[in-house]
Structures are given as C-alpha cells and as structure tokens.
Design a binder for this molecule. Structure first.
Ligand SMILES: *Cc1c(COP(=O)(O)O)cnc(C)c1O
Length: 412
C-alpha cells in the first residue's frame, strides 16, 4: 500500500514492514534476538562489507526497531531515520557525528537541562566548542557564527519559557553560513510540525514523551530531512563519499552509535510502534485540554498570569500557528502570587501529579525554580526566565472538567 499521500494516522497504522512477515502478523512482532544467521560465507562477507543490508547483531540494527524507523519516515518528509536508546542518546550521537574536533556549535541558551549540560560540559571536553546565543535574536546568532560553525542547535518550543524561534529566518542565516539546522522537536511531534518545510535539516526527538504514549519506555530518534549536502561538512565528507545522502545515518549506525552502544531495544520499539499509531489522537486531546484550561485561567483571579502559545495572548501565538498548525504542544506555565502560594497549591493538588516528565498521558506539574533549576544561581535563573512564582504544567488527556476541579480545590 502506498500511504505517502494519506493522513498521519493512516500512514502510521499502515506503514509497510521492511519485509514480509513469515506468519503475516498484523502487528510487527518483537524480535528479541541478538544475532542473525547467514546462508553462506559469501553472504556474510557482503553484509560486513556493506554491499548488502541484513541484520547481523541487534546493537547495530534489529527488525522491530527498523520498523519503527520506517514508520517515522512514513509519517514525515524525512529521508532517513535512526532510533536510539533515549532522547539524550539521539542528541549526543547526532552532534558527535556532525561536528569535528575544532568545529563549533551555536546553541540556544534555553535548552532542556541535560542537553545544556551536554553542550556545556561533555562536548567541550571532546574538543567541540559551544557558543550559546539568544536564538530569537538573529544578530546575536550571526555574531557568534564563524567559519568553523557546523551546527545551529535549538528546541522547537523552549521549555519552560515557551519561546518559539522564527525558523524561516534562522534557516536562511544557517544556509548562508553552511551550518546544519538541528532541531530538538520533542514537544512538537511530527503530527503538528513539518520540520523540513520549516528549514530544519536534522530533527531529534525524545520518543519517551509524546511518541511512547503514556511514558511507557525510553527512546530517541534522529530524522535526516535530506536537505543538507553532507559533502560540505568536514565531519561527514568521507562518509558522504561512501554513503552519499545516507552519510549521517550511515556514520551514526556504523560508528558513533555502534561504538557507544546507544541502541533502541526491540521491546522499546514495540512500545514506540504502538504509541505512534495513536499519538495524533492524544495530541489533539491534549491541545484541546490546554485551550480549555487557558479559558479557565483567564477567568480566575488567583492565576496572576499564564502562557500557552496556542492562545492569542501569547507572544508566540503567530509563530505557533505558522509552524505548529496552531497545536503547539501541551506545556503551559502559570504564575501564582508568591512561591508560598505555589507550594500551598502544589501540596493540595489531587489528580494532577507532581513529577518532572513531559507529555505523559497524565497531567504533570512541577515548580521549575526549586527543582529542575535548583543548581543554578539566582542570576542564572533570571537570565533563563525562571521565576519563583511560576509553575509548569504538562497537560494530559484526562477529562478536562476533572483538571479544572483539581485547580478549583487546590486554589481555595
Ligand atoms: C526529555 C527531553 C529530552 C531527553 O530525552 P530522554 O528520552 O529523557 O533522554 C531532550 N529534549 C527535550 C526537549 C526533552 O523534553
């Protein structure tokens, strides 16, 4: 079945298996095995020389994981996909594949905490320089770019600031500087975000969040949109000679990810295959819940202010409509009058769970200043836009009246 022109859910449900299943199973089985046998000496030689593709050992590739990769390609405009053990594995492996020692990355200064630590500590220790910039300010980005800049790295919506970068403008600058646009789009999955049409070259995602569906398993994925000429990038030149358009996934699979062992397991891929099929339903429900909660917040004087890029009062509303089809994920923030009020509210809450994750099926809440950002100084917190009166809400798929009632009770 050719599903390329069908809708998102249809494409996910009916994505073709890499090869016909021996039992015609309608759901991709979990191929839990580690090693695969070959018919002959000639065949095994051809596979090891890269002349023929076959699974050999599951740290490098596995049929259930391969099917998840095929599904990701089927639901996006990506040229190729590779799945990894976590979102952090996807981010670290892709940056290590794209940037050589002595090259640099210009990164947003508003990042998921562990990505920030990777860029601030681990990559510099490997000889990769990182320069942090305000990515909403092109002049700042340009000032930090030089002829050794290989990558612009940023998130599609920053968390918890909920800032959105104008990708059309940033990608024009990236093109002129020959920098690869690498976007972490975890909070805006492919159902709401076509990264290729927005000028992104490489998309990385933690599939732990929206895709797994209910925080069932850890995972990550890298999508290569096929828009960057890998011959132009020092770290991939020799790989482009061998793999052409597949240089990035080729290097990740044959070198970085194989050597560091950041593989997705077949069991995890099974969860991702199930989760992806119904993700669009969950995203729609989450967005609808966010909009109803916004209406409730608007009318409640105890909510001092709130932000969700899906409503007109947000500074990012126009970009959210343009880049994310008016469905800009399911993270909201709101302020109460004091830190004490936040704690009192947070301690009285029922139904909404105190936890740090995002995009679970359950609605989760956290006070970022005292948790995720606890190790930063007061000055750094201010620079990152982390106030002590702010709460972050990751809105789930519950019946929205129950969420509103939880607020009513806890704000009393
Ligand atoms: C959770 C998250 C990650 C890390 O993903 P893991 O699967 O936990 O490794 C990276 N980026 C963003 C935006 C995230 O929310």
């Amino acid at each position: 079945m050719n599903t390329k022109h069908k809708g998102f859910i249809t494409r996910s449900l009916h994505a073709q298996y890499p090869q016909k299943d021996a039992y015609n199973a309608l759901h991709m089985p979990v191929y839990d095995g580690v090693a695969y046998e070959f018919e002959s000496a000639e065949e095994i030689e051809a596979v090891f020389e890269g002349k023929k593709f076959a699974h050999a050992y599951s740290r490098t590739s596995n049929p259930t994981v391969e099917y998840f990769e095929k599904k990701m390609v089927a639901v996006t405009d990506a040229h190729a996909a590779i799945a990894l053990s976590s979102g952090m594995a996807a981010i670290s492996n892709v940056l290590m594949s794209l940037v050589e020692q002595g090259g640099n990355i210009v990164s947003s200064n508003h990042l998921f905490g562990h990505s920030y630590a990777l860029l601030k500590q681990t990559l510099p220790s490997l000889g990769i320089e990182v320069r942090f910039a305000d990515m909403t300010d092109l002049k700042d980005v340009e000032a930090k770019t030089d002829d050794r800049t290989r990558v612009y790295f940023f998130e599609s919506i920053t968390n918890p600031q909920l800032e959105i970068i104008d990708l059309e403008k940033l990608s024009a600058l990236a093109r002129s500087k020959k920098a690869v646009m690498v976007c972490d789009s975890t909070v805006t999955p492919p159902y709401v975000f076509n990264s290729k049409s927005c000028g992104v070259d490489v998309e990385v995602m933690s599939t732990t969040k929206f895709i797994s569906g209910g925080a069932a398993a850890f995972g990550g994925v890298v999508l290569d949109n096929g828009t960057f000429d890998w011959e132009l990038l020092p770290a991939l030149q020799s790989w482009a000679g061998k793999f052409g358009k597949d240089a990035l996934v080729g290097r990740i699979r044959k070198e970085i990810f194989r050597h560091l062992g950041g593989t997705m397991t077949a069991h995890t891929a099974h969860f991702m295959n199930l989760g992806l099929d119904i993700m669009a339903l969950r995203v729609d429900r989450c967005v609808e819940n966010c909009k109803k909660l916004a209406t409730y917040f608007e009318a409640n004087p105890k909510i001092v202010s709130y932000n969700y890029p899906g409503v007109e009062r947000s500074l990012a509303f126009e970009l959210a409509n343009k880049q994310f089809k008016g469905k800009p994920g399911a993270i909201m923030t709101f302020d109460l009058e004091s830190k004490e009020a936040c704690y009192a509210f947070y301690n009285r809450l029922d139904t909404i769970r105190r936890a740090t994750n995002l995009n679970d099926n359950k609605t989760l809440i956290i006070h970022p200043e005292s948790t995720i950002y606890a190790e930063f100084s007061a000055e750094e917190k201010q620079e990152m836009g982390i106030g002590e009166t702010m709460m972050r809400l990751s809105v789930g798929i519950e019946d929205v009246d129950d969420l509103i009632n939880a607020f009513e009770e806890a704000l009393k």
